[in-house]
Write a protein that binds this ligand. Structure first.
Ligand SMILES: *[C@@H]1O[C@H](CO)[C@@H](O)[C@H](O)[C@H]1NC(C)=O
Ligand SMILES: *[C@@H]1O[C@H](CO)[C@@H](O)[C@H](O)[C@H]1NC(C)=O
Length: 604
């Protein structure tokens, strides 16, 4: 879609009630005008919408995607009753940017959620970066269409900008009427006795804050000596000692991470700090079920953003030790059970035929997640690479299933390229709304493809970024059926790594950690889905033509990019004490306001 001129009809920012009325009238008017962006006529079916997104789940971890030993009967049932996408592509291979793209239907580089440094995801609840206020999420569009909108689970799109209560990046400021879950993401630090994650971020921040304290103390001392500051010696010494002790204890133990990042919130209020992992799964389930039950009489959007299957893979007793694939398999099977309970609720409430249900993963499994020889990350099937890598298929090709009884066919498989970004325009369309006209939307309405009214998806080229670096491009050449992929950069694997960056957490996007390819590495995924043998002008007569077409598409794409504030810059990502969500006395943030005995749904 070209950058269509603003119609002034669809204004979604913070606007006065009078303007809201005017824009609503204009919006209604625009719905009856001829369609200008190829979305087809507007529907007014207003089905309920349930979006379920797993964290770090590989495409090879699911029964209906070919796994014969892991048990995922509920996800398999969903596929049987709907459409299974085999080429469903995440816009990024890491949580924060992939989810930003999912929520907005736009490549993360457009919203500033793709980083050019080593911080590729938000690191703290107390950072100042996050999904910009002027981005429009699908929740905002559906809210305007009269939907009640809820998010249960992981957010990882930031919390505050300038002060601890501005909540500028919070889900409730992005179109959700209800939020229960983690503003951050699950990570190893949330469970005692697990090897801490986030170490890389610490080292730079440790350096930064030590310098800051040193400079502050020095300034005070000099100021005092020349008589510019009237602070007592006692206060100066206290300041220096306390500051030093505080950061020394923080960095030496890493213990604060759990208190600062492993937090559960209901709307703007902290319910558990730190969260108690033993009961989190049942609380997430309870919140999802009760959201459905209490909103069954009006159209609702429920985004269940699972904390599963991210490390530390905390799993309840019912599933612990039960799978054939260790702790990781146990956790996948527990998540499948949660999916089943949510599907059961839809059935029980009589909502099945009027509910659009979607299941996917935010990106591929993390090959490097290991403890000793035990694999703790997902399995990406026949696809090369995984989480954190820019272009390799294993990081971006994820499961994608959509069920809508009576509207979509059942037991159907679609092999065309689709994107997680397509969900935005698709549900905007089925809600009777439209996507914002004042910006580029990279996703496409999937409905015609899912209903098999058209043969091909609208995606001809897809751009595979690693942070803000373009690593690879896919070209679906519709007439020939070829599925070309050109890699400009690939992460450096040491020979024994066999397709991963073991010992480094995740692969880097730039610098010494990547190999530049000129000419690019070219594959035809329709013949070589595992990207095993690069083509050459000798083996592929179309070699030069394909690379020229792709190069042209890249130039066109780059023309549509405009500079935006970088949400993942060092200063936006780093921990800022004044932004720390905290119940209790900072820095000792601790509370438990959840009456879990009343709330929890037993998983066993
Ligand atoms: C099924 O998933 C497990 C867990 O990720 C993996 O170890 C195994 O190789 C997969 N099996 C198949 C047949 O894909
Ligand atoms: C949001 O605001 C930033 C900063 O002013 C601007 O660069 C960007 O283009 C805006 N985005 C949209 C979608 O309007």
């Amino acid at each position: 879609m070209e950058n269509v001129e603003s119609h002034g009809a669809f204004s979604l920012g913070k606007i006065s009630p009078r303007f809201e009325r005017i824009s609503l009238v204009l919006l209604l008017a625009s719905l009856t005008l001829p369609d200008t962006c190829g979305m087809g006529e507007s529907l007014d079916l207003k089905p309920n919408i349930i979006l379920m997104l797993a964290d770090d789940l590989g495409i090879g971890d699911i029964g209906c995607y070919g796994n014969t030993t892991i048990r995922t009967p509920n996800i398999d049932r969903l596929a049987k009753e709907g459409v299974k996408l085999t080429q469903h592509i995440a816009a990024a291979s890491l949580c924060t940017p992939s989810r930003a793209a999912f929520l907005t239907g736009r490549y993360p580089i457009r919203s500033g959620m793709a980083s050019s440094n080593a911080y590729r995801a938000l690191q703290w609840n107390a950072g100042s970066g996050g999904l910009p206020v002027n981005e429009t999420t699908f929740a905002k569009v559906l809210h305007q269409q009269g939907y009640v909108t809820g998010l249960v689970g992981k957010w990882h799109q930031g919390v505050n900008c300038d002060s601890v209560h501005d909540f500028c990046h919070h889900p409730l400021n992005h179109g959700f009427d209800y939020f229960y879950g983690m503003p951050f993401t699950l990570l190893n630090n949330c469970q005692d006795h697990k090897p801490p994650e986030l170490d890389a971020a610490f080292q730079v921040e440790l350096w930064f804050y030590t310098q800051l304290i040193a400079v502050a103390v020095l300034t005070l001392l000099i100021g005092k000596t020349i008589g510019l500051v009237s602070v007592s010696w006692k206060a100066t010494v206290w300041f220096g000692v306390l500051g030093f002790l505080f950061f020394a204890s923080w960095y030496s133990s890493y213990g604060f991470v759990k208190y600062w990042n492993c937090v559960l919130m209901r709307n703007y209020n902290i319910t558990e700090q730190p969260m108690k992992l033993e009961r989190t799964a049942s609380l997430v389930l309870k919140e999802a079920v009760s959201f459905i039950q209490s909103n069954k009489h009006r159209p609702f959007l429920l985004f269940v953003s699972f904390l599963h299957v991210h490390t530390p893979l905390f799993t309840t007793e019912r599933f612990l030790g039960k799978s054939k694939h260790g702790l990781y398999g146990d956790n996948v099977e527990e998540m499948d059970y949660l999916v089943g309970r949510i599907l059961d609720t839809i059935d029980k409430e009589g909502l099945r035929d009027n509910t659009f249900t979607y299941f996917a993963s935010d990106h591929g499994g993390q090959l490097e997640a290991q403890e000793g020889k035990t694999q703790l990350g997902g399995w990406n099937g026949i696809y090369k690479g995984g989480k954190g890598m820019g272009g390799w298929e294993g990081g971006i090709r994820v499961p994608g299933i959509i069920r809508w009884p009576g509207v979509l066919p059942t037991n159907t498989v679609v092999h065309e390229p689709t994107s997680l970004m397509d969900i935005f325009p698709t549900i905007a369309h089925v809600s009777g709304g439209a996507v914002p006209q004042d910006r580029i939307i990279d996703g496409r309405n999937l409905l015609p493809l899912l209903q098999q009214k058209v043969k091909h998806s609208e995606h001809e080229f897809m751009f595979h970024y690693c942070g803000s670096y373009l690593h690879a491009v896919r070209w679906h050449q519709k007439d020939s059926g070829a599925l070309w992929k050109a890699h400009y950069m690939t992460p450096v694997f040491s020979p024994k790594d066999g397709g991963a960056c073991y010992g480094r957490g995740i692969c880097p996007c730039f610098g010494k950690g990547v190999t530049h390819h000129n000419p690019p590495l070219l594959f035809d995924l329709s013949r070589d889905p595992s990207e095993a043998v690069p083509l050459s002008p000798d083996t592929e007569p179309l070699f030069h033509m394909v690379l020229e077409s792709i190069e042209k598409a890249v130039k066109e794409h780059q023309k549509t990019l405009t500079p935006v504030p970088q949400q993942l810059s060092f200063f936006n990502v780093m921990w800022k004490p004044w932004l720390q969500p905290c119940c209790g006395t900072f820095p000792f943030c601790q509370c438990d306001n959840e009456d879990a005995s009343v709330n929890a749904i037993a998983l066993d």
